[in-house]
Design a protein around this ligand. Structure first.
Ligand SMILES: [Zn+2]
Length: 681
């Protein structure tokens, strides 16, 4: 590991913040905090914090000695000064004289001494930083340090590697007790340049931002060189069938098996995030996977995102998905029962004061394939997958030099059910479609608006379009997945769904929206044009619906198919036969799916919209038609019973409502501002 310190970048940071009235101490603290936060070998998802001791002024103009320390909710990778709340240092240091201090009292004192009452809560490790005299203090959960200390003789190993340069602190849960113990280790030998926290991580300190940061890099590098002395082949492989099923095939089975079903309610679903790489395969294919993968998390705070153990399933033999699905369901049931047992055991030991969290796995290891992270949102699933990848690295290195041995279950229970850790998850708001995956075809006005509306309700959204750039643009606006796909080509449709399964785990909501309007007087229109329109306006709806249903049945948690039909299906316009005929067939297709798959909990509904400004009804067409009727464009667009123009957003809302309507199937929602001739009867 090399230092990324750069004098020019540091000076620029100081100058940039100086212009905003922020002093050099904070500017440099921001600079090296970002350097640390951007290296996943050092910091992942909240696993680390930094501080600087400086001066700050309160509203009375009084100057105080303060510690600016990373606040909860701030991401080290792109931290800003607001993410380093300033706390008066004097009162924090006085706490050192106490024998004990509850977590609640610790948080209270920290908040009472903030210079800004609206600042985020200072880190739970603030007191450890405050009790040290050094100006800059850096803390990470570096992977290589964890591989060293997650060993039965981890403390001895750390002593050997650091040869007196680092203080060794035994494992104590974060908070007041750890802060005091660390301060005592420092005072016993003030020459140390940092601490190794047994089974937890590493601190380094210094008088300058650069010194503390470069000590971190040096100390982590020392751990790395020790790990390089490990065995080259760590995990002898087990025998796996030569052909295994793909991640895309098994992801919907995993999602379905892990979903939490509740009688009469929508299941609680998870998004999955698939990862694979040679190191991951070496790990999941290891003959002893059931042993080393089940010993627990590499550092305590991972437990809130990954649980203590992953679910391990058998390798999925190609062509034998039913067998795999059965083993998976049994595996999940056993996993949940074991989680319940762990909770009951540990909760009893603390006087039954805790409320159980859900017992579903957050990481699934699949020999022959790779690993899946699970979360209620794509972001959470990604974090679980990142931590799982990090775990693969740490456990591989740890087993390479000895035996991986993390903390025992009781210490981890304390962390998993610690209010200050759970508070880190509080920001996540559950929305009506949280946990669901939507696939929208067509990235035009209606498709893009619908994708946005579904994402706003919490869904993870993929958008496909024949124009890949348009798909990516619409997807980028909502942090979704854009895919180039011609929906009239079944092999491209299958590939697109496979990508969605790898990225999000499956599909719960299909919005089959892509279409195009061809015109011609029906007695004179060419067969070729009519067939072309049927390909896109009927057969493509069937192709995507079929693929979606195949995946929904694998998940076994129902789903909904939504078709963009058209008023043309019930109220044809002159010379619109080539468009209206396939749309009429699509309306019946919608009803056929409702009929054939209702018993599987798969709903099927449609939207009939009319006169919406889009790729099918362009500004030029609007101008021409308005002129032909002797109307202004606004009058033409609002030519309906309500005299209101129908917008793409109105159509999008109809799709969202139908996605939420658990007891509605075979239904058409009309969004046309009122047109009796197009009313369904
Ligand atoms: Zn820590």
């Amino acid at each position: 590991m090399h230092s990324k310190w750069n004098d020019i970048a540091a000076d620029e940071m100081v100058a940039a913040y100086d212009a905003k009235g922020v002093g050099p101490d904070i500017a440099l603290r921001v600079y090296t905090t970002r350097l640390l936060g951007r290296d996943p070998l050092l910091v992942l998802h909240g696993g680390g914090n930094t501080s600087v001791k400086t001066r700050g002024r309160d509203d009375l103009g009084v100057d105080h000695e303060v510690i600016a320390v990373k606040g909860s909710g701030a991401d080290m990778a792109d931290i800003e000064p607001w993410g380093l709340p300033a706390v008066k240092l004097g009162p924090l240091r006085e706490l050192r004289t106490l024998e004990a201090l509850s977590d609640e009292a610790m948080v209270n004192v920290q908040r009472l001494n903030l210079l800004d009452s609206t600042a985020p809560n200072p880190s739970v490790e603030t007191l450890l930083h405050a009790f040290l005299p050094h100006k800059f203090v850096d803390h990470t959960h570096a992977a290589s340090v964890l591989a060293l200390v997650d060993q039965p003789d981890g403390e001895a190993l750390a002593r050997e590697v650091y040869d007196g340069r680092m203080g060794i602190v035994p494992y104590i849960a974060p908070g007041f007790g750890l802060a005091k113990a660390a301060a005592e280790v420092f005072e016993a030998d003030p020459r140390v340049e940092g601490f190794i926290l047994h089974k937890h991580g590493i601190f380094t300190f210094g008088e300058s931002a650069r010194e503390a940061y470069e000590r971190m890099i040096e100390m982590v590098s020392l751990a790395e060189s020790r790990l390089r002395q490990g065995r080259p082949i760590v995990f002898p492989a087990r025998q796996i069938a030569s052909a295994v099923a793909s991640a895309a095939e098994i992801a919907p089975l995993i999602r379905g098996a892990c979903a939490i079903r509740k009688e009469g309610e929508e299941p609680i679903r998870f998004i999955t995030d698939f990862r694979t790489a040679p190191e991951i395969l070496d790990y999941v294919n290891g003959a002893e996977l059931a042993s080393y993968s089940q010993r627990g998390v590499v550092t305590p705070d991972h437990i809130i995102r990954t649980k203590n153990k992953p679910l391990v399933v058998p390798p999925p033999e190609a062509g034998k998905l039913d067998e795999f699905a059965k083993a998976l369901r049994e595996g999940v049931a056993k996993f949940v029962a074991e989680y319940d047992g762990y909770f009951a055991r540990e909760n009893a030991a603390v006087g039954n004061t805790k409320t159980k969290l859900d017992g579903a796995p957050r990481v699934v290891l699949v020999p022959g394939v790779g690993l899946f992270g699970l979360g209620r949102t794509a972001k959470d699933a990604g974090m679980a997958a990142d931590l799982a990848e990090n775990t693969v690295r740490v456990v591989t290195d740890a087993e390479g030099i000895g035996r991986y041995e993390p903390l025992p279950e009781k210490d981890l229970f304390q962390l998993e059910y610690w209010s200050l850790e759970q508070a880190k998850l509080k920001g996540a708001v559950v929305k009506p479609l949280t946990g669901q995956v939507a696939l929208v075809t067509g990235a035009g006005a209606i498709g893009a608006a619908t994708a946005k509306a579904l994402a706003a309700q919490g869904a993870a959204v993929a958008i496909v379009d024949i124009d890949g750039e348009a798909a990516n643009k619409a997807a980028a606006a909502i942090k979704g997945l854009g895919i180039e796909c011609d929906v009239t080509k079944p092999e491209q449709v299958r590939a697109a769904f496979a990508l969605v399964c790898e990225r999000f785990g499956g599909v719960d909501i299909l919005v089959s929206n892509a279409g195009a309007a061809w015109q011609g007087r029906i007695g004179e229109v060419s067969d070729e044009l009519l067939r072309k329109s049927f390909e896109l306006n009927f057969f493509a709806h069937q192709t995507v619906a079929q693929e979606a249903v195949r995946i929904m049945l694998r998940q076994g948690t129902g789903g909904v198919l939504l078709f963009n039909i058209s008023k043309q299906a019930v109220n044809p316009g002159a010379n619109f036969g080539p468009y209206g005929l396939p749309k009429a067939a699509t309306m019946l297709l919608m009803r056929q799916y409702a009929l054939d798959y209702g018993a599987d909990g798969i709903r099927s509904n449609g939207v009939n919209a009319d006169r919406v400004r889009s790729g099918l009804l362009t500004d030029a067409m609007i101008a021409a038609r308005a002129k032909a009727r002797g109307l202004s464009e606004a009058e033409y667009m609002a030519g309906n019973l309500l005299n209101r123009e129908v917008l793409a957003e109105d159509v999008a809302q109809a799709f969202v409502q139908l996605a939420l309507a658990r007891k509605t199937t075979g239904h058409i929602e009309t969004v046309d501002g009122g047109n009796i001739a197009a009313a369904l009867r």
